[in-house]
Design a protein around this ligand. Sequence first.
Ligand code: SAM
Length: 264
Amino acid sequence: MDLNSEKYWEHRFQTDWKEKHGSEQTLMHYEALIENLPNYIVDLIKENAYTICDMGCGLGEGVNELQKTFSTSTIFGMDFSQTAVDEANETYGSANVKFIKGDLLNQDQYFDVIVLSHVLEHFKNPHEILESLSQYSKYLIVFVPFREKNMHKEHEFRFVYPSFPTAINNKHLIYFKEVAPIFFAPGDCYMQEQMLVIYADDELSKDYSLANFHSYYDEKRKLDEKIKKLNRDNSKLKKENNHFKSTKAYRFWQFYANLKEKLF
Ligand SMILES: C[S@@+](CC[C@H](N)C(=O)[O-])C[C@H]1O[C@@H](n2cnc3c(N)ncnc32)[C@H](O)[C@@H]1O
């Protein structure tokens, strides 16, 4: 049976995936992924209720974690294993969480955000996949094993620093974060370094570059907050001023000021 074929994964979900702690592993992946996302992306997804598709979702534990964080979004889990999709739908399916059978190599649906967690290393040429999927989303969030020392038997591609180009088609690399290995993991789970990267549309990423995105967004947020506070203070002062002008004390003070001007 070909490694990483539909048959292969179908077989794994029907036999040893759970026994070998696949579910716990998936949960750990998405906890780490969400924890390491930059705040501005989390805020953007929440504010715009972006649609999310987790491709290669397995049994859906990660989609469930994403739903907890992005409760305003409609979230899809896509996998080519029918067994995985059926079980995920039964366990986590709801009005805004749906699991669909699909092959990420042949998919043409548009989602605002596509998430790929621990999927690309299973392919010989992950860049072709990124190029293709970059046409179908605003954001590509990619989480992969990084600088693997002993390659896992199912992995076909080893990610190192040069594996992440700064641009893919219309998308730019706007974020990268090395994620420390998980020190305790059951079974034969992957326990080495990981890399989280985000690619975003030109239009969206033109204000960011690797050199400044960390501080730029936070600084802009802080300035926006300050401006909002100043505006609030300003309108409060205006109201107090108007109120003062309607008091007897103000009229008396005006009368006295006029008188002073005339007399002296
Ligand atoms: C190692 S598991 C990762 C599961 C989960 N995303 C995680 O982070 O733990 C790889 C998943 O990708 C799915 N997969 C592999 N190739 C695929 C393809 N061409 N289309 C859709 N799903 C695929 C497999 O069925 C499996 O569920």
